[in-house]
Design a binder for this molecule. Structure first.
Ligand code: SAM
Length: 392
């Protein structure tokens, strides 16, 4: 295979679930016959039926890449929840949140199907919790059907003890000041988005895989089919803005470009609302915000708007700068788009120096490149100490 082929192939990313097993154990069992390569490219170019190879990721602990032609779905490790198929980029939010370095509970605001929830649980259960109070993960999922999937996934991952699932819970309707949340120190926000970064979603990455593999690699667990996904997005967006606009009606007017613009506008309003809600949890110290979108409207623009909001200033939230990020994320080279952090909108309070800092703090993944990820965006917010909330 040439370099060109490698870019068009999406590896199969396998997260070793440390709640049930270890990387070392998997390397000597499930992956016993695999040869360990020192680069992802080698895995993608030399793999064939006879020579299986794997790559242990250099950024995310407990993550392995294999050639997509290798099917693990029948292995005991997969069936027992010891290994989880999860795109590398989709592992960034929980890892960047670094819940181990805090002692409090965590809210996963938009949890189903639960890839990031179970990753959070694995992170808090590892050695860091020795001699410490148990950290709980509260997983909110508004959609009851998707919450069922979440439940199954949490159970399979062996995370029942660590995760409390809030079925049918709209994160926006939680009261941040409720006594039960006083100990929440971290929030992971992975809201519904356009999904434009998902491999196979459009033709910017030519995927040479059968469609069932596209689904397997769809770490965001988007509903099958464009229409259902769009309907879900529209629901979110409609709730965020005008509650009585019929979604079908909205989608029939205008050109494709206009429709996309409108859709992004509604989605980003919804995303910003979620982020502003997260800022209000009185004990919170750290928040991650992520999407599987490639559009700046849902990414850098949401981050900069959130940072220049009154809530962020009142509550003392700032961006988690690159130099303070956990090792693997600090080393990740693809960062946010500077031009989209430099806005001319009137209520904008971010100057050029800050815009550079913010762009460098934002983490992007490009799809269809040799890094082998889906298109993705993540940024983290911090405040030194929790501030006292005045009411509202
Ligand atoms: N974090 C998940 C994972 O890694 O497996 C993927 C989350 S998916 C992108 C977004 C989810 O958020 C959807 O299941 C959607 O139903 C849910 N959702 C959207 N708005 C919500 C809200 N206001 N409160 C709670 N859940 C919400």
């Amino acid at each position: 295979g040439s370099a060109e082929d490698v870019r068009h192939l999406h590896p199969r990313w396998v997260r070793v679930n440390s709640l049930k097993t270890s990387l070392a154990h998997q390397l000597s069992s499930t992956f016993r016959e695999f040869e360990q390569q020192d680069t992802l490219t080698k895995v993608m170019t030399c793999a064939s039926g006879s020579s299986k190879s794997l790559y242990v990721d250099e950024h995310i602990p407990d993550l392995i890449a294999i050639h997509p032609s290798t099917d693990l779905s029948k292995t005991p490790a997969y069936i027992n929840g010891e290994i989880i198929m999860q795109d590398k980029a989709s592992c960034f939010p929980a890892y960047l949140l670094d819940p181990c370095s805090l002692s409090g509970d965590i809210i996963d605001a938009c949890a189903a199907p639960g890839n990031k929830t179970t990753h959070l649980a694995a992170l808090v259960s590892s050695s860091c919790t020795k001699n410490r109070r148990k950290q709980m993960v509260y997983a909110c999922e508004r959609d009851k059907g998707r919450a069922e999937t979440l439940k199954k996934m949490v159970h399979l991952a062996g995370a029942d003890d660590l995760v409390s699932i809030k079925t049918g819970q709209d994160f926006l309707r939680l009261d941040p000041l409720a006594p039960g949340f006083a100990n929440v120190q971290a929030l992971l926000l992975d809201p519904s988005c356009s999904g434009s970064g998902i491999v196979g979603r459009d033709d910017t990455a030519v995927l040479q895989l059968p469609s069932r593999d596209v689904k397997a690699n769809d770490a965001q667990g988007a509903p099958r089919g464009k229409k259902r996904k769009r309907a879900a997005d529209a629901r979110d967006a409609v709730q965020a803005t005008v509650p009585d606009v019929a979604e079908e009606e909205e989608m029939q007017i205008g050109s494709e470009d206009e429709k996309l613009k409108e859709r992004l506008k509604n989605l980003s309003a919804f995303q910003l609302k979620l982020l502003t809600q997260a800022f209000k949890f009185p004990g919170a110290r750290r928040i991650t915000y992520s999407t599987c979108s490639v559009h700046a409207e849902e990414n850098e623009n949401v981050v900069t708007k959130a940072l220049s909001s009154d809530t962020a200033r009142e509550q003392g939230w700032t961006i988690l700068e690159r130099e303070h990020q956990i090792d693997g994320m600090r080393r990740w080279s693809t960062r946010g788009q500077l031009d989209t952090c430099l806005s001319t909108e009137p209520d904008y309070t971010i100057d050029e120096v800050q815009a550079h800092t913010i762009a460098d703090a934002c983490i992007r993944c490009e799809k269809g490149t040799e890094v082998g990820t889906m298109g993705f965006f993540v940024a983290a917010f911090v405040r030194e100490s929790a501030t006292q909330l005045s009411d509202a």
